[in-house]
Design a protein. Structure first.
Length: 111
């Protein structure tokens, strides 16, 4: 999506994939099976008992803030001015870094 210029949807997928990984952590560490039906990434990290850095928490809050706007875009033209290639690339990079931090914790059961 990033390569094809679909930046709004690239940002949405960053949120969605991070949410799914955090829900896996909630099941692994928080004992909630199924995990709660929420989209707040910071809250999911808290429920899972994870201790992200301050920078990671800021990223989770920012990505959560974009969730509603990208999930149900009312004005694609207006959003396309906000979701630029640079913005989508930055969020994708942060998403990859966060998921690289989280994945071994889930895999090896280390909160």
């Amino acid at each position: 999506m990033l390569k094809s210029g679909r930046y709004i949807y690239a940002v949405f997928m960053c949120h969605l994939s991070t949410e799914k990984m955090l829900k896996a952590a909630v099941v692994e560490f928080g004992g909630d099976d199924p995990p709660p039906k929420i989209h707040g990434l910071k809250r999911l990290a808290e429920i899972a008992g994870l201790t992200p850095t301050d920078e990671q928490l800021e990223f989770l809050v920012e990505l959560t803030d974009q969730q509603q706007r990208t999930r149900y875009p009312e004005d694609i033209t207006a959003l396309s001015q906000v979701y630029t290639q640079a913005y989508a690339e930055r969020l994708l990079k942060q998403t990859e870094e966060f998921q690289q931090w989280l994945e071994p914790k889930i895999r090896f059961g280390l909160p």
